[in-house]
Design a protein around this ligand. Structure first.
Ligand SMILES: Cc1cc2nc3c(=O)[nH]c(=O)nc-3n(C[C@H](O)[C@H](O)[C@H](O)COP(=O)(O)OP(=O)(O)OC[C@H]3O[C@@H](n4cnc5c(N)ncnc54)[C@H](O)[C@@H]3O)c2cc1C
Length: 429
């Protein structure tokens, strides 16, 4: 085991949640190191050509002074972004954000996270250890990709999950069946159809739900009272969306009501702007795949409407099921101390788990704080609540008191850019 370094807070994850947390904590001078590869999931596990479903206003990664918004990125970098936001543009924005809040990002993977009694020990992939009083887990949904049982036994050449593809064109010209009725299924279908593949989407529900169709005028930017109906978080239908936009309120609702609000807010749906792009795609609704078997280089599917399909590939757009036990870096003893329900950790104020000092951000927080935690638009509330818990007070009130040299690297200081990674920063401290 290599030498041991110490930090007050260690953040694991450099996607929108880890970066927002770093921005807020460092703005208060809270000593923070951050591990992970910047925007890795967006870079490697979403399809080339994808457009973000979330609106412009719902896609800013939060920083405490709103100095690192998409608008600022566009203006300062002189890179115009179209709407809907293209995936590559959003990844570049995330990298720009990281350079300003965490130029010392440590790319090493955390192999093990243990609770030592006094705090936490993180073992990194090269054997180095970091000790931290608090740990923020912001490692996203990659391990939670859901494969329904009929497809368990089939090899990846025949059946894959959407998260396994950066370039869908590699699936060839088909025939391909996509299983699922949400944005990922429909956008994958559009991308494959545009690459001349023979593609069919199989949807369990009786119809596909398209967003922003009926109330387009209400949501339009030209509507001066739009904000009354649509908070900037952009999750859920009018009425429920304000509850979802207020995670502190959502948390206090009785669980059966929370479940209903969450389901209604994130049920499978496609963005309205996708409709014209799937015009030529066969979408079969109201039936499910009941069995799948391989026959040579083809997959044979049986559907519950009595029909069959023989295709080259099945693409599962079947979503993600949170189960933090699938984070393989969490030591079993640590995991045992985290109270969980259905795979989700139960979180209290500041997104803290039942193991004091251990916080979970992003999708794992959805059981406690609601569906906005699954989206970038949940980063402002999350990062503020986390910071309040760790630093004790609201960041704005504390700013003049707690400004320490570490703050200098919070928002783009040249001095900090010389730090190669978190470990080096801690050594130099
Ligand atoms: C196809 C698709 C499209 C989506 N579109 C949208 C959208 O339009 N708008 C929206 O708001 N949301 C969208 N989402 C949801 C999106 O995934 C989340 O909003 C967002 O990624 C959450 O960010 P995060 O920081 O929690 O996780 P991620 O962005 O997944 O970041 C995880 C981080 O953890 C790091 N990491 C993981 N394991 C380790 C380890 N052991 N050690 C160190 N680092 C580690 C990774 O390197 C990475 O930096 C989409 C999801 C999918 C699947």
């Amino acid at each position: 085991m290599k030498s041991s370094l110490t930090a007050h807070v260690a953040i694991i994850g450099a996607g929108p949640y880890g970066l927002a947390a770093a921005a807020h904590l460092r703005a208060l001078g809270v000593e923070t190191c951050i591990f992970g590869r910047v925007m890795e999931f967006w870079q490697n596990q979403m399809p080339h050509g994808m457009l973000l479903r979330s609106s412009w206003e719902a896609s800013h990664i939060a920083d405490p002074d709103r100095r690192l918004t998409l608008d600022r990125y566009q203006t300062l970098q002189n890179v115009p972004l179209s709407k809907p936001i293209p995936l590559d543009g959003f990844i570049d924005y995330g990298r720009w954000f990281q350079q300003r809040v965490a130029p010392d990002l440590d790319k090493r993977r955390v192999k093990r996270l243990e609770h030592t009694g006094e705090g936490f020990r993180l073992s990194l992939e090269d054997g180095e250890c970091v000790r931290a009083a608090r740990v923020v887990v912001a490692t996203g949904i990659a391990p939670f990709a859901h494969r329904p049982p009929p497809f368990d036994a089939l090899p990846p050449a025949l059946v894959s999950h959407t998260s396994e593809h950066r370039d869908l064109r590699r699936l060839g010209s088909g025939p391909v069946v996509i299983v699922g009725g949400g944005q990922s299924a429909l956008e994958s279908a559009a991308l494959l159809a545009e690459a001349d593949a023979d593609v069919e989407v199989i949807v369990r529900k009786s119809d596909v739900h398209w967003l922003d169709q009926k109330l387009a005028w209400l949501k339009s930017e030209a509507n001066p009272v739009r904000r009354l109906f649509y908070p900037p978080t952009d999750v859920g239908p009018p009425g429920l969306n304000w509850i979802v936009a207020t995670p502190g309120l959502f948390r206090r609702l009785p669980f059966p009501l929370q479940e209903k609000v969450a389901y209604r807010s994130i049920r499978p749906a496609g963005a309205g702007w996708l409709l014209p792009r799937v015009g030529g795609v066969r979408i079969t609704t109201g039936c499910a795949v009941i069995s799948a078997s391989s026959g040579g280089e083809r997959v044979k599917l049986k559907l519950d409407d009595g029909t069959d399909r023989r295709v080259h590939h099945v693409l599962l757009a079947t979503g993600y099921r949170v189960d933090v036990a699938l984070y393989d870096f969490l030591a079993p003893e640590l995991l045992k101390a985290v109270r969980r329900v259905d795979g989700y950790p139960l979180l209290g104020p500041g997104f803290e788990s039942s193991l004091p000092g251990l916080h979970f951000l992003g999708a794992p927080a959805a059981r406690s704080f609601g569906p906005v935690s699954r989206f970038v638009s949940g980063t402002p509330y999350t990062a503020r609540a986390l910071t309040r818990r760790i630093a004790g007070k609201s960041e704005r009130k504390l700013e003049p008191i707690l400004m320490r040299p570490a703050t200098a690297f919070a928002i783009g200081s040249g001095r900090a850019a010389s730090h190669v990674n978190a470990a080096e920063y801690l050594r130099k401290r």
